[in-house]
Design a protein around this ligand. Structure first.
Ligand SMILES: CC(C)(COP(=O)(O)OP(=O)(O)OC[C@H]1O[C@@H](n2cnc3c(N)ncnc32)[C@H](O)[C@@H]1OP(=O)(O)O)[C@@H](O)C(=O)NCCC(=O)NCCS
Length: 169
């Protein structure tokens, strides 16, 4: 299996949205993407990449097919120190269970190292999100603490508790 990260373009919008399921909505996005919303999101990522600022995101190509999404955000500070860079990811249902997320996380960490962005990579996951906790663990991140998020909320509006995992870059 070959996992590659590439920038996302308008040509990828449909395949990206088709890869969303209830787990992606529950643990990552909070709602299903629309054609317009996703295209706008990709445009923001392209602008950020060109300027070298803010959240930068990539598609995960698995053996040549779009199979997931990963981004890093040096500006996200919920539960994080200034030199910690948050990673977020999802893998399309057909590509799960093959270690794709871990490969993508390793590629992003290599990118952060080569570009000198941050000193630690961070994964913040809900204690009930077993698959994501496994990704952090298998990718060599260390569990640091559980904290009450100042931004993320449960569907009932109560603040979410997140587990923080860090990896030195
Ligand atoms: C979390 C996620 C990105 C993991 O991606 P992945 O490439 O399938 O990761 P792995 O292959 O390493 O599997 C991780 C765990 O998922 C579970 N898993 C295995 N096969 C699976 C499948 N077919 N479907 C769902 N989960 C599966 C297992 O618990 C596995 O742990 P293990 O390796 O100890 O058995 C993916 O499940 C996903 O997109 N979830 C929804 C979005 C999300 O939670 N994002 C993270 C927010 S913090």
């Amino acid at each position: 299996m070959v996992v590659e990260l590439r920038p996302l373009t308008t040509e990828d919008v449909e395949a990206h949205n088709a890869g969303e399921d209830e787990l992606v909505v529950r643990w990552l996005t909070g709602g299903y993407g629309t054609i317009e919303g996703t295209a706008e999101h990709f445009a923001v990522l392209a602008d950020n990449a060109a300027a070298g600022v803010g959240k930068r995101g990539y598609g995960m190509w698995v053996d040549g097919r779009l199979g997931g999404y990963v981004d890093f955000d040096p500006d996200l500070d919920d539960g994080l120190e200034a030199d910690e860079v948050n990673l977020s990811y999802c893998v399309h249902p057909w590509a799960r269970g093959r270690g794709v997320a871990g490969e993508a996380v390793a590629l992003v960490c290599a990118l952060l190292r080569s570009d000198g962005i941050g000193r630690r990579a961070a994964i913040r996951a809900d204690p009930e999100n077993d698959a994501s906790l496994r990704v952090a663990d298998k990718a060599g991140f260390r569990f640091v603490r559980e904290f009450v998020s100042g931004t993320d909320r449960h569907p009932d509006g109560s603040p979410a508790t997140l587990r923080l995992y860090l990896l030195d870059l």
